[in-house]
Design a protein around this ligand. Structure first.
Ligand code: MN
Length: 437
C-alpha cells in the first residue's frame, strides 16, 4: 500500500499543478483531522485549495462538484459513492477506509483504501498522513493529528502495524495504562460525570453521584486521574468495579490513555477527539478544523461549544429514559422525535448500549428528527453477532435512504413522512433477526 501511496502522491502533485484543489471530507473527528493534515500539507507547498466538510456525501453534491474547475480530493469518505464518478473523465483522488465496492471502480478514480490491499484497519487520517509524508518527510509532525483521528474512529482497541508506526512517529505523545475515563487531565468531579465511555451506574450524568463516589474513596474532587497516587487509583478502580458489578465482563475499564501536547498543554486525546467531534456535529466544522490547525481563537470557541455539547448529552441521557419505547424480543426502538438533536442521537444510543440497562445482544434503535428527515442510529449491546447495517438496509428497500456504518454501528437518514411505515417494517425485520438466532 505504501508504494501505491507514493505513486498516488506524485500523480497528485503533477495533476494538480496550477489547478485549484478542492478537498471534501467527512464531518467526524477522523474526517476533520484528515482535512487538517491535507490543508497543512498543501499550505506548505503554497498551493491553492478549498475545504468542504460534509455529514454525508450525496450524489447531487458530487454532480455539482464535478462541474467546478480543479482537482477533487476526497478524504475519509467517497468509497461508498463510486458510481457517481463513472460519467466523468476528470481524475478523482480518494483517501478513505470505509467499505468499498470494487466493481464500481473506474479508470479515472485514484484511490487508497486499505480494503483494496487486504491491509489491516487504519483510519482515514492515517492514510492522509501517509500521503502527506509521501509528499515530504517534513510533514512527519502531522502524525499527531493522525493519532487524534484514529482515537476518534475508536481504532485504538486493535492497533494494526501501520497504525503503530504512525503512533511511534507522533511527537510529544505519552501512552499509559489507566481507567478509561476521560479527560485524564481534568478534575475527576467533571470527568466522572461525563464519562460516557465507561458507564458507571448512579455516577455517569449525576454530579451528586460523582461527589458521593469521591467522598467514599476519599479523593479530592479537584484531582485529575493523572494526578492520583497508586493507592487512590486502586481505591477508585475498586469502587467503580463494585458499582459496575452487574455489568458485562466484555467491557474493559482499564486501557491505554493517550496524552498529547496540544497548544502547549498535555491533553487527553479522547477528550480532544470528542471536542472536535462535538464542534463539527453541532454545526461548526470550520471551528473544529481551525482548532486542529492550532488557531487560538478557535480553541476558545471549541471549548465553549464542548461545554454546551456535554450539557446536551447529559440532559438527552435522562430524557431518553422517559420517552415511550417500542420493546420487542431482543430489540428496543427509542424514538425521541424532536426532543433530542439528530446530531447526538447516535452518541446517546452508543452510551445506552454500554449501560447495564439492556441485556447482551439487544439491538437499540435511536431515532430523532432532523428538519424534514429522521436520523436513525442502530447499536448493539455487547458483542455484535448480528449485522445492523444489513438489517437497516433490508428495512429501507422501499424508501429513499442510504445506510452508512458497519456491522456493529449503522445509521441512515429517512424522510419524516415514512416514519410509521419504517418502524413497522423494522419491527418485522428485527423479529425475524431474533428468530434466526
Ligand atoms: Mn474515518
Amino acid at each position: 500500500m505504501i508504494d501505491e501511496i507514493n505513486k498516488l502522491a506524485k500523480e497528485f502533485l503533477t495533476l494538480s499543478k496550477d489547478k485549484p484543489i478542492r478537498i471534501i471530507s467527512h464531518h467526524d473527528t477522523d474526517g476533520i483531522t484528515s482535512a487538517a493534515i491535507i490543508a497543512k500539507t498543501l499550505k506548505r507547498l503554497d498551493k491553492k485549495f478549498s475545504i468542504k466538510i460534509l455529514k454525508n456525501l450525496e450524489g447531487k453534491t458530487i454532480k455539482q462538484e464535478l462541474k467546478k474547475p480543479g482537482i477533487l480530493l476526497f478524504t475519509d469518505l467517497a468509497s461508498n459513492s463510486l458510481e457517481h464518478f463513472k460519467e466523468t473523465s476528470t481524475p478523482i483522488f480518494i483517501l478513505d477506509h470505509h467499505q468499498i465496492d470494487k466493481d464500481k471502480l473506474t479508470d479515472n478514480i485514484r484511490i487508497i483504501n486499505p480494503h483494496l490491499f487486504n491491509e489491516e484497519e487504519i483510519s482515514g487520517s492515517g492514510i492522509c498522513y501517509l500521503f502527506s509524508k509521501a509528499i515530504s518527510e517534513k510533514n512527519k509532525d502531522l502524525a499527531n493529528l493522525a493519532v487524534i483521528g484514529m482515537i476518534g474512529d475508536r481504532l485504538d482497541k486493535n492497533i494494526s502495524k501501520i497504525a503503530q508506526q504512525i503512533i511511534n512517529e507522533a511527537q510529544d505523545l505519552e501512552i499509559k495504562k489507566g481507567l478509561q475515563i476521560f479527560s485524564a487531565t481534568r478534575p475527576l468531579k467533571r470527568s466522572l460525570e461525563y464519562s460516557s465511555s465507561t458507564y458507571i451506574p448512579g455516577v455517569t450524568g449525576s454530579s451528586i453521584g460523582v461527589l458521593e463516589l469521591l467522598r467514599e474513596v476519599n479523593i479530592p474532587p479537584e484531582k485529575t486521574l493523572c494526578e492520583l497516587t497508586k493507592d487512590e487509583n486502586q481505591r477508585l478502580v475498586t469502587a467503580i468495579m463494585v458499582r459496575r458489578a452487574k455489568q458485562r465482563e466484555s467491557d474493559e475499564i482499564i486501557g491505554n490513555i493517550y496524552l498529547l501536547k496540544f497548544f502547549n498543554r498535555k491533553e487527553d486525546v479522547r477528550e480532544l477527539s470528542t471536542q472536535i467531534n462535538a464542534c463539527s456535529r453541532l454545526g461548526h466544522p470550520d471551528i473544529a478544523l481551525a482548532y486542529c490547525l492550532e488557531n487560538s481563537k478557535a480553541k476558545t470557541q471549541a471549548e465553549n461549544i464542548y461545554v454546551k455539547y456535554k450539557q446536551q448529552l447529559v440532559s438527552a441521557l435522562s430524557l431518553i429514559e422517559k420517552i415511550p419505547k417500542v420493546k420487542g424480543n431482543g430489540f428496543v426502538i427509542l424514538n425521541a422525535k424532536e426532543k433530542i438533536k439528530d446530531t447526538i442521537i447516535g452518541t446517546v444510543t452508543s452510551i445506552l448500549s454500554s449501560s447495564m440497562n439492556y441485556e447482551e445482544g439487544t439491538i437499540l434503535i435511536g431515532m430523532a428528527y432532523d428538519k424534514d428527515k429522521i436520523k436513525v442510529s442502530a447499536r448493539i449491546v455487547g458483542k455484535a453477532e448480528k449485522n445492523l447495517k444489513e438489517i437497516l438496509e433490508k428495512s429501507l428497500v422501499e424508501f429513499e435512504a442510504e445506510v452508512g456504518g458497519h456491522q456493529a454501528a449503522a445509521g441512515c437518514l429517512l424522510k419524516k413522512e415514512d416514519e410509521e411505515k419504517f418502524i413497522n417494517i423494522l419491527k418485522k425485520n428485527l423479529e425475524i433477526e431474533v428468530v434466526k438466532i
